[in-house]
Design a protein around this ligand. Sequence first.
Ligand SMILES: NC(=O)c1ccc[n+]([C@@H]2O[C@H](COP(=O)([O-])OP(=O)(O)OC[C@H]3O[C@@H](n4cnc5c(N)ncnc54)[C@H](OP(=O)(O)O)[C@@H]3O)[C@@H](O)[C@H]2O)c1
Length: 250
Amino acid sequence: MTDRFRLDGRVALVNGASRGIGRAIALGLAEAGATVALAARSEAHLHEVAREIGGDTFVIPADLRDPDQAREMVAGTIERFGQVDILVNAAGAALRAPAETTHEADIAEIFASNFNGIAVACAAAGRHFIERRSGRIINIASLASFRGVPGRALYGATKGAIAQLTRTLAVEWGAHNVGVNAIAPGWIATDFTREVLAQPEVRERVLDRTPLKRIGDPDDIVGLAVFLASPAAAFITGQVICCDGGYSAG
Ligand SMILES: NC(=O)c1ccc[n+]([C@@H]2O[C@H](COP(=O)([O-])OP(=O)(O)OC[C@H]3O[C@@H](n4cnc5c(N)ncnc54)[C@H](OP(=O)(O)O)[C@@H]3O)[C@@H](O)[C@H]2O)c1
């Protein structure tokens, strides 16, 4: 039974792996037996995570705002290990601003960070997965994929796009045995949310609305990510699953 949750012999490419949720997922996939490739911009942080994981962990620095680097991240990992089985897209940037103060440059920047490179990476990995008739993609969406959140018009639009990319790739690639799902985290304590959660009124509002009465930790996302990457989730595709302490249930 427990073998269904193991990832021995699999190669996982995780971007956004230098810190926060991506780093926690990379550690979790490695603990479940996967060989891991780590991508993000800050090479020094990636090497720290690689040292923590040990083994044959591969560091491949990439700025996903550049489509060539997004493609190279996938190609470089395939070249290094001969295969990729799991792609986790956890890279992302925050943008909090009233919609009326945003401009074209903000739209271009946030879509480049949160969507464009990820879509390119999915296509590159998808070609490989289709050829091998096997593969899993796990995107990191957000509660803002579904709900209007004040001050997050552009960020929410990128995460809505990630949710829809997830469903559509699942529909297109299901016949090739490629599974595509997303995790929508609730409020998780990372660099991403540090500033906003430091505001007592925000923290209080979040805790009040969260049935489990705490802010999440990056480690809270790991179980679901490992499950979605594992043989146990073989019949699950096209889903955007909330992992939010119950926030979305209220
Ligand atoms: N924390 C939350 O409450 C929360 C809630 C919902 C969704 N999310 C989503 O979860 C994901 C991870 O967020 P987090 O909370 O772990 O934030 P984080 O701690 O700020 O980590 C963001 C990660 O993305 C990488 N990254 C950012 N821009 C990149 C780029 N252009 N190219 C490559 N890598 C890039 C960063 O690495 P470098 O800076 O080294 O490139 C870092 O590894 C994001 O997609 C975010 O939207 C977070």
